[in-house]
Design a protein around this ligand. Structure first.
Ligand code: NDP
Length: 449
């Protein structure tokens, strides 16, 4: 008797669960992919014969190390550093570094797995990786951040290189941290190579890299709307987060004629019904990137409401852009979004919607661009930074933004190719299959290594 796809999924997930106990986020991200890939493998048995899904859900290698550093009071401190080199079937390992107090191996395994499929979607030759440390940058002095970055890189440099593994930024790791780490890498190796992306413009960085994730997310949304004969102009959007991705999402929404009315941080959200314009966004950038303050200061300055310890999903909107962190939208939140008129969600953050929320989007058949498609613009421009470094030249801002737009349009179109179900586009399924196929074909071609 033939085993049903549901039974295969259950069998696969139970084996996966046994091998990865106590890792709910990794479990969630693999489930969200397996649900689409297992039926696809039944139609394309070569991937089953080569055990591609089983191999793709096992990282190539995981490096865990202690990072010793000294704080401003001369006290010795120790943190845990990680690098997960997940899969290099289609190019060198590539993915961000996250510094966050609560970072765990579980979070990094889910991020590295997602990164592999996301990088494949960009069409650029990049494998998947992720790393970071349980270092909390909040409240640390400039000197402490520099010393930590240097000590972190004094271990990591053994494992990376421009043809091996090329890290970038993520939460808690922006231009400042990348610069310190690049300086240390150069110091250890005596080589000036494109080993990190997100570098400063004067030492090998690319135009638009800082903006790319947020801009790309808005381009993805615009493409989904365009397909329906609609567009961003005149739309009201809610955005979570106030870091790199959120800032540039708000910026591009404004430039394209939409109105973003919320931003948040881990202490709550602000609601500005008049919209966050260029001047107000400049205030947020200064607040978050320079003075490193809290989002309620926006409410104090512009006389709008601040909702302590809450998320913005109850605010009426046409469009939603979760750009803060994983699992910030529950099933109830997703239901509230749809009841309040939201027609589309584009995920700037990685896996911000819980499985129950994704089920709600599916049921309501709204336009839903999952993170691996919607936030791929950041790594795409990182890929362009690698290309520029290899060619030893720099492309203009206008050139890179056009390339970014084209990459996001291609990602959109691949989702349509693999995700069309009658008149409905299942972008989640389309992104999963399109991301999988390229990596899987390379793994089949290269043999069982
Ligand atoms: P930042 O560190 O610049 O900003 C993160 C934002 O999220 C901050 O506003 C932070 O608030 C908020 N936040 C963090 N934890 C929580 C929480 N538990 N509840 C509510 N808000 C929270 O990070 P990025 O903007 O770079 O990254 C945001 C997301 O986008 C992450 O999921 C990341 O993996 C993803 N991403 C980033 C890319 C990039 O290029 N930077 C590329 C692709 C994906 P607070 O200041 O209070 O901590």
């Amino acid at each position: 008797m033939e085993i049903s796809a549901k039974q295969r999924l259950d069998d696969f997930m139970s084996g996966f669960g046994r091998r990865n106990p106590g890792q709910p986020e990794f479990h969630q991200s693999v489930y969200e992919v397996a649900v689409d890939i297992i039926p696809f493998i039944r139609e394309n048995p070569i991937y089953g014969d080569h055990q591609i899904l089983e191999r793709l859900t096992e990282p190539d290698q995981i490096i865990i190390f202690r990072v010793n550093w000294e704080d401003d009071h001369g006290h010795f401190r120790a943190n845990r550093g990680y690098r997960i080199q997940h899969n290099n079937a289609i190019g060198p390992y590539k993915g961000g570094l996250r510094f966050h107090r609560d970072l765990t191996l579980d979070t990094l395994k889910f991020l590295a797995f997602e990164q592999t499929l996301k990088n494949s979607l960009t069409g650029l030759p990049m494998g998947g990786a992720k790393g970071g440390a349980d270092f909390n940058p909040k409240g640390k002095s400039e000197q402490e951040v520099m010393r930590f970055c240097q000590r972190f890189m004094s271990v990591l440099w053994h494992h990376i290189g421009p043809f091996t593994d090329v890290p970038a930024g993520d939460m808690g790791v922006g231009a400042r941290e990348i610069s310190y780490m690049f300086g240390q890498y150069k110091h250890m190796t005596r080589e000036f190579t494109g080993v990190l992306t997100g570098k400063g413009l004067s030492f090998g960085g690319s135009q638009i890299r800082a903006e790319a994730t947020g801009y790309g997310c808005v381009f993805m949304m615009e493409n989904m709307l365009n397909r329906k004969g609609d567009g961003l102009k005149g739309k009201t959007a809610i955005v979570s987060g106030s870091g790199n991705v959120a800032q540039h999402t708000v910026e591009k929404i404004y430039q394209m004629g939409g109105k973003a009315v919320t931003m948040s941080d881990s202490s709550g959200f602000i609601f500005d019904p008049d919209g966050i314009d260029t001047e107000k966004l400049a205030f947020v950038k200064q607040l978050k990137n320079v003075t490193r303050g809290r989002i309620h200061e926006y409410a104090d300055k512009y006389g709008v409401e601040f909702y302590k310890d809450q998320r913005p999903w109850g605010v009426s909107c046409d469009l939603a852009f979760p750009c803060a962190t994983q699992n910030e939208i529950s099933g109830d939140d997703a239901g509230m979004l749809i009841r309040n008129g939201c027609i589309a969600v584009a995920e700037g953050a990685n896996m911000p919607t819980m499985q129950a929320g994704v089920d709600v989007y599916d049921e309501a058949k709204i336009m839903y661009a999952p993170s691996k498609a919607a936030n791929a613009g950041g790594v795409a421009v990182s890929g362009l930074e690698m290309t520029q470094n290899s060619m030893r030249l720099s492309w203009s801002e206008d050139d890179i933004e056009k390339r970014l737009y084209r990459i996001m349009k291609n990602i959109h179109d691949k989702c349509v190719k693999y995700g069309t179900e009658g008149g409905y586009i299942n972008y989640r399924k389309g992104a999963n299959i399109a991301g999988f196929v390229k990596v899987a074909d390379a793994m089949v071609a290269c043999g069982n290594i």
